[in-house]
Design a binder for this molecule. Structure first.
Ligand code: ADP
Ligand code: MG
Length: 582
């Protein structure tokens, strides 16, 4: 129960609803209690020879009506009980999902590298559902059982303590049996679920890789694999069904047993004269039947609670993770765009790769810095540190002479337009993908940004133009088109700092030239850091640094670098020979 204590704050949040639920449950049980009583009274009236036929008949009719009324009211209150308590659990489920989601969002990239997406998803969906079974049904049935018990057993004991004792004897057996079977059901359904998720990951991968599968003509092989998986899943389902099938008969058996005990013991007592009439026996049979479901639910509930405990433990594990990048600064700052690296080194925790070693450079607002170097030399890492995706291991990154750690994280990121190396677009319309950079952008602004990124004409060529949906449910853009939409998304933000990570690699040289032309205008007054492999895109930068294995090996302007032998000059000559320089 330790893990589940985490949820107490939600019970406190919904305390009135919770309290109301309890009160309604008590009321419902009290009304239901009248049914057996009227039933017993009716039998008593039939049996009793001391009253006239007319009186007996009147009692029968009255009791008939009273029973219907009590059952209706009891039933309606039960409905209200579910309405309050189950609805409360839905509210808690909603809150918990949002809490987990918000927490996921502030966690850093390291967290996402260490945990599989499927795991993140299952904790926010399946685990939360299991926890809801605790805050909803489990709590409701526990309260219900407790109240039924107290109310019914007091009533029974008042009539005959001895008969009460004997008729309750089989109930613990029932509860234990149900507990055992539901534990089995939960274990088996867990295995079945696991199997299902393997099956669905398998099919998902097949569908997304269908082109490769067809191209290599391995449909037959995949079909066999699928057959084996479904076969396995079938066996698991059968085993689950068998256990499930035991549940009903077991309950009926044990209820029957209780009824037999009441009839036997009650009958003997009636013959001995220790109970006054047969009505008592009938009344007890009904009481026992009122008790069986709550007792059975006790077993069911305890296995639900066990499951919820395990799920909440998994949820708590993630909620406990502290984001490595903390947004502690609450004051707001305007960012002008001065960027300075002072002796910055950075090591990736998980791989222990030191991606940057003692990097120093300074950019005044409005300047352009170009970063060049082989893959893996640390270019993207520099950009990651500017937008504070990671904190430096050594040294400090300054923006406007303030260490980035002392700038409000939202301000920092709102003032940086980023085009990442892998242009990720959402499965949404092109327009919305671009508007991602500025939520309240008008259509004109979207078109303007697309024109600057030289992708407007491509978009216009689609039949639905800017409303064309991308990704899973829509069309696939070419690599170069993706990059340009991604650039448009960064441009529309119109931030004072622009980070372009190798974002023209899939664009042909002419388009590149066109984009660079519009960019020169656009980036006037904005600090720009551009990573590229092509001399043509960086030759006009105010500063160029060449990285190798995390160190700056050369720096200067285009002309300065050309004047010295080295990586830059070699690359220039090579690209000139291949006519890549425009
Ligand atoms: P570039 O952008 O110049 O290709 P990166 O900055 O992406 O280089 O990478 C620099 C080094 O850091 C590489 O050796 C790379 O393997 C490593 N690296 C990059 N990103 C990560 C990461 N998220 N986790 C661990 N190591 C990384
Ligand atoms: Mg990179």
């Amino acid at each position: 129960m330790k893990e589940l204590q985490y949820l107490n704050k939600y019970f406190i949040k919904y305390k009135y609803r919770f309290l109301l639920g309890i009160i309604i449950t008590i009321a419902a049980q009290i009304f239901k209690l009248y049914v057996p009583k009227f039933f017993g009274d009716s039998l008593r009236a039939i049996e009793n020879s001391g009253i006239t036929k007319e009186t007996a008949y009147k009692i029968l009719v009255d009791n008939f009506l009273l029973t219907v009324a009590a059952a209706l009211i009891g039933g309606f209150l039960t409905f209200l009980m579910r309405q309050t308590l189950i609805v409360m659990s839905r509210h808690i489920e909603f809150d918990l999902k949002n809490e987990i989601y918000n927490h996921y969002q502030i966690l850093t990239q390291n967290f996402y590298k260490q945990n599989r997406t499927g795991d993140l998803m299952s904790r926010i969906s399946e685990d939360v559902s299991k926890v809801r079974m605790y805050v909803g049904p489990s709590v409701m049935y526990s309260i219900n059982t407790l109240i039924v018990f107290v109310v019914v057993i007091i009533q029974m004991a008042l009539i005959s303590p001895k008969l009460t004792f004997f008729s309750l004897l089989p109930l613990p057996l029932l509860s234990y049996g149900v507990f055992k079977i539901s534990s089995q059901i939960h274990i088996k359904s867990g295995i079945f679920q696991q199997n299902l998720s393997t099956l669905s990951s398998f099919t998902q991968e097949i569908f997304s890789g269908i082109r490769v599968i067809k191209a290599y003509a391995i449909e037959g092989k995949k079909q066999d694999e699928f057959y084996n998986l479904t076969q396995e899943s079938n066996e698991k389902a059968m085993s689950l069904a068998k256990t499930n099938a035991l549940f009903g008969p077991l309950m009926i058996l044990l209820i029957g047993l209780s009824n037999l005990v009441v009839i036997y013991v009650g009958g003997t007592m009636y013959i001995n004269g220790s109970i006054p009439d047969i009505g008592v026996i009938a009344q007890f049979i009904l009481y026992i039947n009122m008790l069986t479901w709550p007792v059975a639910s006790l077993g069911w509930v305890s296995s639900l609670v066990q499951e919820a405990e395990a799920s909440q433990k998994r949820i708590n594990e993630f909620l406990k993770v502290e984001p490595e990048i903390q947004n502690t600064v609450t004051t707001h700052t305007d960012i002008k765009g001065k960027i300075e690296f002072k002796n910055v080194s950075f090591t990736y925790d998980d791989t222990n790769i030191t991606a940057l070693k003692h990097i120093n450079f300074e950019l005044t607002p409005g300047e352009t810095l170009a970063i060049l170097g082989k893959t893996g030399s640390g270019k993207s890492t520099i950009l990651n540190l500017i937008s504070r995706m990671y904190d430096t291991t050594e040294g400090t990154v300054f923006i406007d002479n303030t260490p980035v750690k002392e700038i409000n994280l939202n301000d920092l990121r709102n003032n940086i337009g980023v085009v990442p190396q892998d242009a990720f677009l959402f499965s949404d319309s092109i327009k919305n993908n671009i508007k991602f950079g500025k939520e309240d952008a008008t259509d004109e602004e979207v078109i303007d940004a697309a024109k600057k990124a030289v992708v407007h004409e491509n978009i216009e060529a689609f039949s639905k133009k800017y409303d064309t949906v991308l990704g899973e449910r829509g069309i696939t853009l070419s690599g170069g088109q993706k990059q340009r939409v991604s650039i448009a998304r960064a441009l529309i933000k119109n931030a004072p700092v622009l980070l372009l990570d190798d974002c023209l690699s899939a664009v042909d040289t002419e388009t590149e030239e066109a984009i660079l032309n519009t960019l020169t205008d656009f980036t006037k007054g904005k600090t720009t850091v551009i990573v590229s492999h092509r001399i043509s895109s960086i030759k006009n930068a105010n500063k160029i640094i060449i990285l190798d294995e995390g160190k700056i090996i050369q720096q200067g302007t285009h002309n300065q670098l050309l004047a010295t032998d080295g990586y830059y000059k070699d690359l220039y000559l090579k690209q000139l020979a291949e006519k890549e320089i425009v």
